[in-house]
Design a protein around this ligand. Structure first.
Ligand code: SF4
Length: 74
């Protein structure tokens, strides 16, 4: 996926088998990118995700993961 002005972007991946619906990701997301829908996180505004990693850090179940590229562009 691409955002205007950027080469590519990703969304955090959510393991719904691990998610217990605590909602910390929704509570602490600084951009409002994610909501709880039927007790599970859902990216209602994926274009707003800043890929900050707060949701990954705060999920007590380890259900959210951001992938990182090590080394950067050449
Ligand atoms: S990475 Fe940051 S902006 Fe994106 S959903 Fe998680 S908390 Fe929100």
């Amino acid at each position: 996926m691409q955002r205007p002005g950027e080469q590519q972007w990703s969304l955090p991946s959510i393991d719904l088998a691990r998610c217990q619906g605590h909602g910390r990701c929704v509570e602490h997301c600084p951009t409002g990118a994610v909501i709880l829908q039927d007790g599970r996180p859902f990216f209602i505004h994926p274009e707003l995700c800043a890929y900050c990693g707060i949701c990954e850090d705060l999920c007590p179940e380890g259900a959210i993961a951001l992938s990182y590229v090590i080394g950067g562009p050449k």
